[in-house]
Design a protein around this ligand. Sequence first.
Ligand SMILES: Nc1nc2c(ncn2[C@@H]2O[C@H](COP(=O)(O)OP(=O)(O)OP(=O)(O)O)[C@@H](O)[C@H]2O)c(=O)[nH]1
Ligand SMILES: [Mg+2]
Length: 319
Amino acid sequence: MFLDLNVIYQRIQTDKRILGRVLSLVESDNDRSEEILNYLFQFTGNAFRIGLTGPPGAGKSTITNQLARHYRSLGKRVAIIAVDPTSPFTGGALLGDRVRMSDIGNDEGIFIRSMATRGELGGLTKKARDLADVFDAAGYDFILFETVGVGQSELDIVEAADTTIVVLVPESGDSIQAMKAGLMEIADFFVLNKSDRPSADQAITALQTIIGMREHDASTWLPGIIKTIATEKKGIIEIAGEVTRHYNYLISSDQFIKNRVKRFQQRVKQIVEEKIIHELWNLHPLELVIVGNEQNQNPSSPYYTAKQIIGAYKNSREQ
Ligand SMILES: Nc1nc2c(ncn2[C@@H]2O[C@H](COP(=O)(O)OP(=O)(O)OP(=O)(O)O)[C@@H](O)[C@H]2O)c(=O)[nH]1
Ligand SMILES: [Mg+2]
C-alpha cells in the first residue's frame, strides 16, 4: 500500500478491494496506518453511526442485514462492522454472521467487515472506530456496528455510535438481564425482536415499566420500543423511522455535536494514554523489575517500585 494518500482517498470511494486493503492496514496499527487515518480524518463526519447490541442470538445480525437493505433501497451506502468480543478466532458466531449476511455482501453499496478480539477489548473498539473513520471517508452514509452485549464491549460501542439500539427478545427475564448488563442505560431505543412469540406483549409492558421509572421531563428523550420479526422483515422500516426520530432529537437538542465532541475527546484520551504507556514500558521493561532476592534483604514494595519507575520515566522526559 505505497500509494499516495490522496490516491488512497480517491480509490476507496469506488474500489472495494483497495478499501479492504486499507482497512486491514489500519487494523494492523503501525506508522503507516496512523498516517492514513490522519489524512482521511478531514473527510469524515458525514456518516451516521448506529450501534446494535443485545444478548447472543437476539437477532442483531438479521436486523443489521435488513436495515442495510432498507438503506440501500433508499440509495444509501452502508458499512457493517461486526465486532465479536467473545471469539478470538474468525470463526464461530462470526462465520454464522458471514453466512447469513452473504446475500448482501455482494451488493456494491454494502461492505461487511468482521473483527474478533486479538487482545484487549479496548483495542478492539478503538480499531472499530478507526475502521469506521475509513468507511466514513470512503463515502458510506451509514455505519452499523453489531456487537453482542455480554460485558464491556457494548458500552464501548456507545462511544462509537450516534444512536445505540438494544435488541431484546421476549424471553422471560430478558429485560431484567439487560438491566443487569447495563444495556438499559445505553439504549436510545429498544427493539423487541421475535415478537411473533406469545410473551411479546408482556415483555413490552415490563420494558415500559422500567423505562418509565427513569427521571424525565418533557424535554428528555425516552427510549421507545419497536416490535420486530426480523426474519419476516417486519418492523424494519419502523426501526429506520425511530433512527430518524432520534437523529432529529439529537440535532434539535444540540446533543449531536456535544456527543461527537465528547467522543472525540475520549478517543484522544485513549490514544494519549496508550502512547505514554507504550513509551514508558519501552524505556523501562517490566521484565527488568526484580523482586528481592538473596542479596537483597529488604525488597521494595510494588508501590515503591512503581513510583521509582514513574520517577525514572519523568526524568527521562525532562532531559
Ligand atoms: N422466530 C424468529 N426467529 C428469528 C427472528 N429474528 C432472528 N431469528 C433467528 O434467530 C437466530 C439468531 O439470529 P441472529 O440474527 O444471528 O442473532 P444475533 O443476535 O446476531 O446472534 P449473535 O451474533 O450470535 O449473538 C437465527 O436463527 C435467526 O434466523 C425473529 O424475529 N423471529
Ligand atoms: Mg450476530
